[in-house]
Every structure is written in structure tokens, then in C-alpha cells.
Design a binder for this molecule. Structure first.
Ligand code: UD1
Ligand code: UDP
Length: 353
């Protein structure tokens, strides 16, 4: 088959890495980068570090409002699909690039596959929730990472084409752990293993509102231990606009986003993670690092069930309390697959007619 894969944002490059390798064993893959993320450290580094094929097309849409960004992607994608005439289109995750790919494929009658199908936060205020629901309802093949995701789809009446394959991000994490261990980022940043917090933040509800972001910054500056914080560009822009950047930097190692291997190295060396990222909550679970999540709900409820993830919201005191006291113990029993999710996706695509 000729398969068009659509990616555009940081977590999608990571997810696409093992799947693209599998697809290319038996199919022709045309990789389309929408250009949603474009800074070198949000895009190019992932292609290099994870050895992903160069995109055949970059639509170069850049940043804009949801409507404009999605529309620009749809226009660009339609042109590519008219020219390439693929048999199948694959989208990943829940970004605007996912939504654009799903809508254009459906309108053009091209069979659609969704990697990371069935995730739900049950919060439609999140742009990602809207994107996931639409992508799932338009997909012919739905690659679910967990049993919870399969159950969510069943509840919405989606049972055909659903395959529980496991989480491709778990595949990548397992494949990358050894290379990450040989990174020297801890010594370069003067960090001691087991004695610092790793922070990431980028959800609009946390970083676009001055009061909320201020409350989080207050917690980080009072954490009473070293904190390393690779700052997402959305967050950096708002820290500067809200005049919070200097206060943060006085106490926290606020650094540029790092590449995937450096990130996994920082994660494995940290005593705790503080985040609002979906992917990072899971990676903390994979590597047995306690996770403090600055949200009120999560799509990844498996990380909560064994007590390795604490949902604490965004109040300064609640965050500080969790930084101080949250101390999960015991096993991690929840499954994100067997590390071969991408292979399973490849074999299912081989059989698709
Ligand atoms: C997007 C996804 C989100 C995902 C996240 C991963 C949507 C609606 N959101 O959020 O689901 O979790 O990616 O990181 O699709 N910017 C830069 N350089 C870049 C990219 C972004 O400076 O390379 C800045 C711009 O100011 C931009 C802002 O970040 O306006 C937000 O970027 P955007 O892609 O719209 O959303 P994210 O917050 O990155
Ligand atoms: N990540 C990275 N460098 C960083 C921060 C995160 O490589 O500086 C990786 C991290 O390992 C995770 C992914 O980016 O797999 C998560 O992306 P993000 O938090 O931007 O998006 P989300 O998972 O919330 O959609």
C-alpha cells in the first residue's frame, strides 16, 4: 500500500519513529510534517535522534489560532493527497495535525488509521479531547494503547476496526533507555541523581492564565530542592509576557526543550516529575518515577491506579504538599503493551484491504 502518515508536534515524532520503520518494511510511506512544531528543538532534533526518515512534505503551517492552523493544514494536506493518491492515511495522538489529517482523509474517502485511539479525559474544554473524539469516530483502524482505551471506544459504539496493540511510546522508551543512560546531561547541568525534580508544563489551561501560571511558579521556587525545567515555547512566551521568568530563573534551572534521549536521561535521574504532559506522565510510570500531575483529570488512568501518579491541580500549597510528601510504593501492575506495539500495527496494516 501507499500510506501517508501525518505528524506535526513533538509527541507525534516520537510515536511515529517505530511505526514508520515498520510500515517501510512492506509499504511505501509518504511522511507529511504539517509544520505545527517548527523550532529545531521541537522538531528536527527528534528526526535526528530517533532516526526518522525525512518528511516528504513539510506544509509549514506554523502557529496560529485553532481554526486557521487546522484550515491551513487541511488545505495543504488535500493538495498532497490529490497528488499522491494514497491507499491509507495514518494519524497519531490528539493534536490539530491529527484532526486535520482525519478530516481530510474522511472527506476524500481515504481509509484512516488512528494511533493512540480511545483516549479520553472527558473534558471537552481541552482541544485535544475534541481532536481525539473526531479522529476516533472517523477511523477505520483504531490502534488502542490500553484496555481502558478499548472500553472508552466501546462506550461510544466503536467496536469495528479496534485493535489493542499497546503503546508505541512504551516501545520507544524501552528502545531508548540504554542510549539515554550514556548521556551526560546530568553532569552538564550540575544535577545529582535522585536529588532533583524534573518539570514540564504546556497545557493552555495552566500556562495561558497569569494567575494559574504564577501559582505554579510559586510552588517551583519554594520546592526546597534543585528543579530542572525544559521550557516549552508556549510556556516561555507566557512566562515572559506575565513577567514571571526572572522569578522562576532565580531558583529553577529553566532550560530550552531537550532532545528525547536527554529528556529520558533527566527523567530517569529525577526523584519526582511535576508535569501536565500526557506523554511524560506515562514515561514517569514506565521508569518508576513518582509523578505529580498539575491537572484535575488524566487520560492515563492506569498511572493513577497503582498510586504512582498524583493529580493535584494547580494550587501552590497542593503542589508543594505533593512535592514534599507524595511517595508511592509497591508494584506497577498496569500494562502499556509488551514493547512491540509498532510491529503489531505494521502487521495489521499488512492485512488491510
Ligand atoms: C500542541 C498540541 C498539544 C500537544 C503539544 C505537544 C494542539 C491543539 N495542541 O500544543 O496537544 O500536547 O503540542 O507539545 O494541537 N511554538 C513555538 N515554536 C514551535 C511550536 C510552538 O514557538 O516550534 C509556540 C508558539 O508561540 C505557539 C505556541 O507555542 O503559538 C503553541 O503551539 P501549538 O502547536 O499551537 O500548541 P502546543 O501548545 O505546542
Ligand atoms: N520531551 C522531550 N523534550 C522535552 C520535553 C519533553 O523530548 O524537553 C518529550 C517527552 O519524552 C515526551 C514528549 O516529549 O515523550 C511529550 O511531549 P509534550 O509534553 O510536549 O506533549 P503531550 O505528551 O502532553 O502531548
Amino acid at each position: 500500500m501507499k500510506i501517508v502518515s501525518v505528524v506535526g508536534a513533538r509527541p507525534q515524532f516520537i510515536m511515529a519513529a517505530p511505526v514508520s520503520r515498520e510500515i517501510r518494511q512492506h509499504h511505501e510511506e509518504i511522511l507529511v510534517h504539517t509544520g505545527q512544531h517548527y523550532d529545531e528543538n521541537m522538531s528536527d532534533v527528534f528526526f535526528e535522534i530517533l532516526d526518522i526518515a525525512r518528511p516528504n512534505y513539510n506544509l509549514g503551517v506554523g502557529s496560529a489560532s485553532h481554526g486557521r492552523q487546522t484550515a491551513d493544514m487541511m488545505r495543504g494536506l488535500e493538495e498532497v493527497l490529490e497528488k499522491e493518491n494514497p491507499n491509507f492515511l495514518l494519524v497519531y495522538g490528539d493534536t490539530n495535525s491529527t484532526l486535520a489529517g482525519a478530516l481530510v482523509a474522511a472527506k476524500m474517502g481515504i481509509p484512516l488509521g488512528h494511533v493512540e485511539a480511545g483516549l479520553r479525559s472527558f473534558n471537552r474544554q481541552m482541544p485535544e479531547e475534541v481532536n481525539r473524539v473526531v479522529a476516533d469516530h472517523l477511523s477505520n483502524l483504531l490502534f488502542a494503547p490500553t484496555e481502558t482505551a478499548v472500553d472508552n471506544l466501546t462506550r461510544e459504539g466503536i467496536t469495528r476496526g479496534v485493535h489493542m496493540v499497546g503503546d508505541v511510546m512504551y516501545d520507544v522508551a524501552l528502545q531508548s533507555a540504554q542510549a539515554a543512560r550514556s548521556r551526560d546531561i546530568l553532569s552538564r547541568l550540575g544535577l545529582t541523581r535522585g536529588e532533583y525534580l524534573l518539570v514540564t508544563l504546556h497545557r493552555p489551561q495552566n500556562v495561558d492564565d497569569k494567575e494559574t501560571l504564577s501559582a505554579i511558579v510559586e510552588a517551583l521556587v519554594h520546592a526546597g530542592r534543585p528543579v530542572v525545567f525544559p521550557v516549552h515555547p508556549r510556556t516561555r512566551k507566557n512566562l515572559i509576557a506575565f513577567d514571571l521568568y526572572d522569578r522562576l530563573q532565580a531558583k529553577v534551572k529553566a532550560i530550552e526543550p531537550v532532545d528525547y534521549l536527554d529528556f529520558i536521561a533527566l527523567l530517569m535521574g529525577s526523584s519526582k516529575v511535576v508535569t501536565d504532559s500526557g506523554g511524560v506522565q506515562k514515561e514517569a510510570y514506565f521508569f518508576g518515577v513518582p509523578c505529580v500531575t498539575l491537572r484535575d483529570e488524566t487520560e492515563w488512568i492506569e498511572t493513577l491506579e497503582d498510586g504512582w501518579n498524583a493529580l493535584v491541580g494547580t494550587e501552590t500549597d497542593e503542589i508543594l504538599d505533593a512535592i514534599e510528601k507524595f511517595n508511592p510504593e509497591g508494584t506497577k501492575s498496569k500494562s502499556f503493551g509488551d514493547g512491540h506495539a509498532a510491529e503489531k500495527i505494521g502487521r495489521i496494516l499488512d492485512k488491510f484491504v
